[in-house]
Design a protein around this ligand. Structure first.
Ligand code: ZN
Length: 248
């Protein structure tokens, strides 16, 4: 089975449309998976929810989705993110609200030997980041599958564990297909569709082939200016528009 895995679209409809087109028409994946943060930062929360809901078989919630539902403490959010949360809360239709509310925090695909979670497998609702090898080791001990797909940091990355030895593979643009090794386990970050933060403004998305056990993280451009204009016209913080052009 070939899976198209994407996340952190953050209400950026322009980016989402292009990534879905790439995954379904160009890559012809068999199944779409979204790792959360459908809303927050961007100007089209309801439109993005409708599109994700319509096209994507498996969807889990991210911290910004929970923030929009008032389900998580946003004191640690920066002022721009907070502003975007309040703006998003005002925009959400009842239907969108109910949909976000229905999303689980993690899913396990036992037959295919992988799981998905927005932040970390050990404690999904804490929305932690994996910063160090030590933290990665801890996370590997908290799930049993061979692979765990995550989002959250907006930085595509493949973390490999070989007998508890941690190896970090950067997934920059143009990185080839990565063959997952038989004796290793993996935590794979799919990057961000709607607000990349690895200094590459192009949207990131991931293709996982569970038969061949290969992973590829790809990038695509989209109409950044249109997404920026919508953010500014909506009265959202200008910085949220600016950063789309730089990818930081
Ligand atoms: Zn995010």
């Amino acid at each position: 089975m070939r899976y198209g895995i994407y996340s952190d679209l953050h209400a950026n409809l322009e980016a989402l449309k292009v990534v879905l087109q790439k995954l379904t028409v160009e890559e012809k994946v068999d199944c779409l998976i979204c790792l959360g943060d459908v809303v927050g930062y961007g100007a089209n929360p309801n439109e993005c929810i409708d599109l994700v809901k319509d096209k994507t078989k498996h969807v889990i919630a991210g911290n910004h989705d929970h923030a929009a539902l008032d389900l998580t403490d946003i004191r640690y959010f920066n002022p721009y993110a907070k502003k975007a949360v309040h703006w998003t809360q005002e925009q959400l239709t009842q239907e969108s609200h109910d949909y976000l509310h229905s999303l689980p925090l993690s899913l396990h695909f036992e037959e295919e030997d992988f799981m998905i979670v927005h932040a970390t497998p050990s404690k999904p609702e804490a929305w932690n980041y994996i910063f160090s090898r030590q933290e990665a080791r801890y996370e590997f001990n908290s799930f049993t599958e061979k692979v765990c797909f995550i989002g959250h940091s907006h930085q595509p990355l493949i973390i490999e564990s070989e007998n508890n030895e941690i190896n970090v593979i950067q997934a920059h643009e143009g990185t080839d297909v990565v063959q997952l090794k038989e004796d290793c386990r993996y935590i794979i970050n799919d990057g961000s569709v709607g607000q990349p933060r690895d200094r590459n403004p192009k949207s990131a998305y991931c293709i996982f082939d569970s038969d061949k056990m290969t992973v590829q993280i790809k990038r695509t451009g989209y109409d950044v200016e249109k997404a920026q204009k919508k953010i500014i016209d909506a009265g959202l913080p200008e910085l949220l528009a600016d950063r789309l052009a730089t990818g930081d």
